[in-house]
Design a protein around this ligand. Structure first.
Ligand code: NDP
Length: 264
């Protein structure tokens, strides 16, 4: 019998996930199909998941917290982040994971200087990445436009600044996890703060993919090593695919095939 997988989000039309997974399933002769579901109300996620008879799903903006609530069991770092991006249907129960965090760490394996990190933004993605990086022993400093969302990070013991209180200093790596630059041409922080900080950094990463953000463009102009969000997208997908196929295929094989889909 063929299995059905899906990505839930709103909006979701732009998602590359169906391309990635359907190419994988075809190439590995897995009897499965992957579709996208535009879901307005996160509270209806579980009901839709079950009524469609899904074997598994990915969850994207803005439903990751709702997915956390929808699961019967949440495993790994997703528990402390409170956000789930991968759901597996296991013996009638919904099991939740967060592969954004592990995927990002996997994508970072080629970045050697990552001890001292400045993270721009304090939303859901920042939570996942900051917790994972700190688990690996990295020193992570948070810089966010407003104070409100910094509370979680202050309570978790991170050094936190808003635009008012931040003073530029050296970091190995700067990661933009804000949505600045996604649909506009904004920088994730005022240039007066950003430029002197970028000048002293070795590497700059943006989690946004599919376009060159002003942050990434400026980083390149300053001769920094850069990475956009497509590596993170790929890596979280590879780890989710391992869950969907119950570890039947090697990670390197899944990665090679999924990477091919980026050329489509
Ligand atoms: P959230 O809505 O949870 O957080 C958004 C953050 O961006 C907040 O800290 C907010 O600051 C900040 N922000 C928004 N606009 C601006 C601006 N103009 N200037 C400065 N800061 C701003 O979003 P998510 O964490 O869910 O997503 C963030 C980004 O990550 C999105 O662009 C998304 O596409 C990308 N992403 C990429 C993935 C990948 O696989 N590559 C996976 C997941 C997400 P404030 O608190 O002040 O409002």
């Amino acid at each position: 019998m063929s299995e059905l997988f899906a990505i839930f989000g709103h909006p979701v039309a732009h998602s590359r996930s169906p391309l990635m997974y359907n190419h994988l399933f075809d190439s590995l002769h897995v009897k499965a199909c992957y579709t996208r579901i535009d879901l307005l109300e996160g509270s209806r996620l579980k009901e839709r998941f079950l009524s469609l008879g899904l074997s598994g799903a990915n969850v994207t903006f803005p439903h990751k917290e709702a997915a956390f609530e929808a699961c019967d069991e949440v495993r790994g770092l997703a528990q402390s982040i409170g956000a789930v991006n991968t759901i597996v249907h296991e013996d009638g129960r919904l099991i939740g994971y967060n592969t954004d965090a592990d995927g990002f760490w996997y994508a970072l394996r080629h970045v050697h200087h990552r001890q001292n990190i400045l993270m721009l933004g304090a939303g859901g993605t920042a939570k996942a990445l900051a917790m994972r990086l700190s688990q690996e022993g990295c020193a992570v400093t948070m810089l966010n436009r407003s104070k409100g969302r910094l509370r979680f990070f202050e309570e978790a013991g991170f050094a936190c600044f808003d635009w008012e209180s931040f003073t530029p200093r050296p970091y190995d790596l700067i990661i933009n996890t804000t949505s600045a630059g996604l649909t506009d041409m904004h920088y994730p922080a005022p240039l007066a703060l950003l430029e002197p900080t970028m000048a002293q950094a070795g590497h700059c990463i943006d989690v946004i993919y599919g376009k060159e953000t002003p942050f990434l463009k400026r980083s390149k102009a300053m001769n920094k090593a850069v990475m956009d969000g497509s590596e993170m997208l790929l890596s979280q997908g590879v780890l989710a695919a391992e869950y969907f196929t119950q570890g039947r295929f090697e990670r390197a094989v899944i990665e090679t095939i999924m990477r091919e889909s980026f050329a489509f």
